[in-house]
Write a protein that binds this ligand. Structure first.
Ligand code: GLA
Length: 382
């Protein structure tokens, strides 16, 4: 459900009896470049038009009171520089973000926050980065401080590593911070340089399909994949897989243990595919972009092993439908969403057929929405 600024303001007034400022940060969908960010590689995501919103006002002292409208809970904590114990709850992201900012030297003031979100949670659309960035923007805003978007993104990543325990890369936070309406971002995760690439969705459409599968193993499996990539890089004497060339890999791949060999192959080929996909996008070559997306899915399924039956079903079903140019899982995997690139003219038939096929096979409805690229995090002024 879209969030209306006036409704959010009214709820804040009711809850905290003060006049708030509003901040928001978007979720993201990744076109291609998966599990490459923490290997210093390339990614090509876009910010969604769905955001997490935070209404915020400063309060005297060093306390933060925060209400989640989605969960219907209020929590409180004292601003400080030590990491809180992990509770496995939404407030870990909020307090984690505050600690990361304080550790980065931002002198935060106490605040009252009310949070609501349009981003489906746990669906691989980066609801966590949206929460971190929206909270970060709000805390900085009401404290009358400044921080660059990249530094804000880094604080979000630290919160995730330390307060949540996922050793994520920086793609999600950078996309939430730097997203541009009408553009995908080609991000070089070695330098964190983001180049906007126009994404004109007139002849083609992007459909996001949420399998609504939430894997409880996701945290540990994600960290395991990352460790396997690091092991792969070490076996080439490299500090990251970015420094391993494909031909060097082919020359020595037999010496790598399985599954490390396949994990490395995915990352190296995915980097090449991502650069090629960005080039295809610049040239308006939708067919080539679609092919790269589908190849990325096969690699994530077979070599990186982060797909699942529901994601494979959506991708296979989509690829057999008229007007579909490419399809793949998006985000960390083990559940969550697939993204489908299709001809605009076939849009209505595509979503209806996918919905029906999924419901027939799994006995329940998937979530479906078309998206364009939205803007990055910011304050919403009245
Ligand atoms: C999650 C992480 C990102 C990235 C993707 C996989 O979304 O937060 O940093 O690693 O998985 O591409």
């Amino acid at each position: 459900m879209p969030i209306h600024p006036d409704t959010l303001r009214a709820r804040f007034r009711e809850h905290f009896v003060a006049e708030p400022r509003l901040f928001r940060a978007p979720g993201r969908v990744n076109l291609i470049g998966e599990h490459t960010d923490y290997n210093d590689g390339f990614v090509l995501p876009l910010a969604l038009e769905k955001s997490t919103w935070v209404a915020a006002a400063p309060r005297a002292g060093k306390r933060v009171r925060v209400h989640s409208a989605a969960v219907g809970e209020t929590k409180e904590f004292e601003l400080g520089t030590s990491w809180p114990a992990r509770r496995g709850a939404w407030v870990d992201y909020v307090e984690g973000m505050a600690v990361a900012l304080m550790q980065a030297g931002v002198p935060l003031a106490g605040a009252d926050l009310l949070i609501d979100t349009e981003v489906p949670v746990g669906a691989g659309l980066s609801s966590s980065a949206a929460l971190e960035l929206a909270v970060g923007r709000a805390l900085i805003g009401v404290s009358e401080c400044e921080l660059t978007p990249v530094a804000l993104a880094r604080a979000g990543q630290r919160a995730e590593h330390e307060a949540v325990g996922i050793r994520c890369g920086l793609m999600d936070q950078l996309t939430a911070a730097l997203g541009q309406a009408g553009h995908a971002l080609l991000i070089d995760c070695r330098t964190n340089e983001a180049t906007p690439v126009p994404l004109p969705l007139d002849d083609v459409s992007l459909l996001v399909v949420d399998t609504r599968v939430k894997h409880s193993l996701a945290t540990s499996a994600y960290n395991t994949r990352r460790a396997e990539c690091e092991e792969g890089a070490r076996s080439f004497g490299a500090s990251s897989l970015r420094d391993v060339a494909l031909d060097a890999f082919h020359a020595r791949e037999a010496q790598l243990r399985d599954p490390v060999r396949r994990r490395v192959r995915h990352v190296l080929e995915e980097n090449a595919r991502t650069l090629d996909a960005a080039d295809a996008l610049r040239r308006g070559d939708w067919v080539r972009l679609g092919q790269r997306m589908s190849a990325s899915h096969r690699s994530l399924r077979d070599d990186f092993e982060v797909s699942c039956a529901e994601l494979d079903f959506v991708v296979d079903t989509a690829l057999a439908l008229p007007g579909v140019l490419g399809a793949r899982m998006t985000g960390g995997g083990f559940g969550g969403c697939a993204v489908v690139l299709g001809r605009h003219a076939a849009e209505a038939a595509l979503s209806a057929s996918l919905r029906a096929a999924f419901a027939r096979w799994f006995g329940r409805e998937p979530g479906l929405f078309f998206t364009r690229a939205g803007p990055g995090a910011g304050e919403v002024r009245a």
